[in-house]
Each structure stands twice: as structure tokens, then as C-alpha cells.
Write a protein that binds this ligand. Structure first.
Ligand SMILES: [Zn+2]
Length: 419
């Protein structure tokens, strides 16, 4: 890994104030200060913009001249040791940024855009302290205990589901902290492995070296694992390998795309895993979303509107007297929000559910059955957070309107970004 660093402690680290990295370091510093996860740089012939993604939302940060944009992209290339000459094909790399206090690993992609411009994406990887502790996920103590119990069973399949950017991988990593991995052999196949996991043999998908997901799983299942972690189930091979491993005495933990637990179970079936196999293998599905956390320094209380009260009634959450709207102040960089918190649907699946599922079920039947079992949907959990003043109704409608099943207009403008 290469470094853009203020301290100059290591001979391989380039000092922050070196002229060749000043612009890049200033942009990364600003992104870190705002809690951004991504920096996007787009260039056109005469102009360029730098945008940050903060808590899932894109914000335009600065317009820069074409020459500054070229300088910035060159600094990215130098820092990540990309091929300076090759501007005609995409390039990927990584560097480490530090200002002496904060340290961030930054994953970089630079790609040519038509007609003869360039764009860059910088992903600021979170530091391990942010995710290693399951307490930071937003789970209650009871939820943690229930999950821990399932994860420390000898075998079974646990799925973590959610849409893209919902923090599935963060949860996957954090959950490994709830498992006893000292007394078990744990292996993972990831694409890519974002962090070192203690006590886990991590393998990365790398088709150029012959390690496809399928081949990686085949090898890992031969090294006597007790715990198998699958970065993401994306195809029939990984789906069936995960289910089969769970049925043959392994604890399997995997992420899968799906907006709720029923959709995740259905996705496994879509990947050609028969329902009778799934019924025997599945022990738990955690479906999740991330909602932005209100900035308490500037949030404004107001009365609940009638349409909003109906929404609370519909999902069975008592409407509060007041809810909070975002406003924006200095401490939240004007966004009205600071950070995000997880909302979880936790479905613990027993043998009865497995036997019921084995007969083959439609997605809506699975959803209804989970409701009857007392599993609380993500949308209800999110509305509870609105009632508690942790997030806003605007944030909830932005994320979940399409799944709330309303035919009328949403109570607030769902397209609104930020406060
Ligand atoms: Zn604020």
C-alpha cells in the first residue's frame, strides 16, 4: 500500500505537504472531516466537479478548473502508483492518507470518459474500530444475544440481506466478532476482502489467478472449516455451496441482495437452491437498511401531519406528539444529519419454519408467515426511530416509499436530498 502522509514516519510515506499531493490531501481531509464515504471527480472539457457521498447522499462540493482537475487526477495516480502514462484504460489502486491524527485507506479507480476526459472514484475505507464492535451497529442487547446464540450453533446458514449500500458487509464483519473463532476454523471468500478479520483465513476472488468464487469455495470446503463466510452470494454456485455447507455441519454466514428477509429467502431459491434444502439449512436472516441519523444540534420539532399519522397507524407504531425535521448547522456541515444507524429485521428460523418452507412457498407467503411469527419489518423499525427522534420521516420515505405499499403521494417530497 502506498501512502499520502503528514508524519513521514515511514520511508515509503510521502509527506502531506509535498506539492505533488497538496490538492489531493486537502480534498481527502475535507471528505474525512465531513464523514464522507466516497469522493467522485468528474471532468468535462472545460470544467470539473468534486462531489462527496455523505451518509449515502451525493453532495456537490467544489467546481474546479480543468487544469486543477488534471492535477488532482495526476496526484491520485501518483499516490496510488497507477500507470501515469496509461490514460486510455481504467486503473485501480490504493493509498493511505493521514493528517497525523486520522488515517484512512483509500481505494481508487480512475477511468477514461468520452470523448477524452477522465473520472475518478475514491472510496474512503472505514477504520476497523468503526465496524469491529457489534454495539455500533444499532442492535439492541436482546437482538445481539439472539444472533450470538445462532452464530455459535454448530451448523446452519445465516444470511445478511439488504439493498446495495445498506451496510451488509459491515454487519457481516461485525457479526464475526460475536462468534467464537478461536476454537473453530473459519474461512472466508470475499470480493474483495476489505479488512483483515481476526482468526479468519481470508481468500479473495481473483479470476486472473484462477480464483473464481466457485473455485475458491471448492478449495475452502476442503480445508476442514467449521465456519464459512461468503462475501456475497451472487450466483447459483455460491448459493448452493453455502446451503450445502450448512447442511453438512458448517456454520455459514453470507450476504445476499434483497430488500427484506422474505426477498432474501426467495433470492436463494431464484439461485436454484431447492426449498427443501433451504428449509433444512436456514437458521437466520438479518435484513437491514441504513438510515441517516438526525443532527440533534439543529433538528426542529413539529407536529405530525395527518398523512404521517396514518403511516404510523398503518405499521402499528403509536404516532408521537412531535417529530423532528432536519435543518442544518455548522456541526453537521449543513446537512442536517450526522452519520447513519442500522435498522434490522431479524428473522430467527426454527425447524417448523424449515418444514413449512420445504414444501415450496411464494415470496408473499414467506413475508406473511414471518409477520405471523412476530418478525418486525425494517420499515416498522425505521418508523420507531422516527418516533424516537433519531431520524426523520423524510429519510424514511426516501428509503422505503416504494415498499410501504401506498398508492397516494408520499406525505413529503421523497426526492428531496439533504435538509
Ligand atoms: Zn446540525
Amino acid at each position: 500500500m502506498n501512502a499520502v502522509d503528514a508524519t513521514g514516519e515511514s520511508s515509503s510515506m510521502k509527506p502531506l505537504n509535498a506539492p505533488k499531493n497538496e490538492l489531493l490531501s486537502a480534498v481527502v481531509a475535507e471528505a474525512v472531516a465531513e464523514g464522507a464515504t466516497d469522493i467522485h471527480l468528474d471532468t468535462w472539457n472545460e470544467r470539473a466537479i468534486v462531489r462527496f457521498r455523505v451518509d449515502g447522499i451525493m453532495h456537490e462540493k467544489l467546481q474546479v478548473s480543468a487544469s486543477d482537475a488534471r492535477r488532482l487526477i495526476n496526484q491520485v495516480r501518483v499516490s496510488a502508483e497507477l500507470d501515469i502514462e496509461a490514460t486510455v484504460k481504467p486503473a485501480e489502486g490504493q493509498f493511505r492518507w493521514s493528517n497525523g491524527e486520522a488515517v484512512r485507506d483509500v481505494r481508487v479507480t480512475v477511468l477514461p470518459t468520452a470523448p477524452s476526459n477522465e473520472a475518478a472514484h475514491l472510496r474512503l475505507l472505514t477504520t476497523p474500530e468503526d465496524w469491529r464492535d457489534a454495539e455500533h451497529l444499532g442492535l439492541s442487547i436482546e437482538e445481539r444475544r439472539a444472533i450470538e446464540a445462532v452464530l455459535n450453533e454448530t451448523h446452519g446458514l445465516a444470511l445478511i440481506a439488504g439493498p446495495t449500500g445498506s451496510g451488509k458487509t459491515t454487519t457481516l464483519y461485525a457479526l464475526t466478532g460475536l462468534e467464537d473463532l478461536v476454537h473453530r476454523v473459519a474461512v472466508s471468500i470475499e470480493d474483495p476482502a476489505e479488512y483483515d478479520l481476526p482468526n479468519v483465513r481470508q481468500m479473495e476472488v481473483n479470476p486472473r489467478r484462477g480464483i473464481t468464487m466457485q473455485e475458491g469455495l471448492r478449495i475452502l470446503l476442503r480445508v476442514d472449516p467449521d465456519v464459512l463466510i461468503v462475501g456475497e452470494i451472487r450466483d447459483p454456485h455460491s448459493a448452493s455451496a453455502a446451503a450445502q455447507a450448512a447442511l453438512t455441519g458448517r456454520q455459514v454466514l453470507a450476504t445476499i441482495h434483497g430488500r427484506d428477509a422474505a426477498a432474501a429467502i426467495h433470492a436463494m431459491h431464484y439461485f436454484a437452491v431447492p426449498y427443501y434444502i433451504l428449509g433444512g439449512a436456514l437458521r437466520m436472516v438479518i435484513a437491514q437498511s441504513l438510515v441517516r441519523r438526525l443532527c440533534r444540534a439543529c433538528a426542529e420539532p413539529r407536529a405530525v401531519a395527518d398523512a404521517e399519522a396514518r403511516l404510523f397507524d398503518k405499521v402499528g407504531v403509536a404516532p408521537p406528539a412531535e417529530i423532528l425535521d432536519p435543518r442544518g448547522c455548522q456541526s453537521c456541515n449543513g446537512y442536517g444529519y450526522r452519520g447513519r444507524t442500522g435498522v434490522f429485521e431479524i428473522a430467527l428460523l426454527d425447524d417448523d419454519f424449515g418444514l413449512w418452507l420445504a414444501d415450496g412457498r411464494a415470496q408473499h407467503e414467506i413475508r406473511n408467515r414471518l409477520g405471523e411469527m412476530g418478525v418486525t419489518p425494517v420499515t416498522t423499525r425505521a418508523l420507531e426511530k422516527v418516533a424516537a427522534g433519531e431520524t426523520t420521516i423524510r429519510e424514511l420515505t426516501r428509503l422505503f416509499w416504494s415498499t410501504l405499499g401506498e398508492r397516494s403521494d408520499p406525505p413529503v417530497d421523497v426526492k428531496t436530498e439533504g435538509p
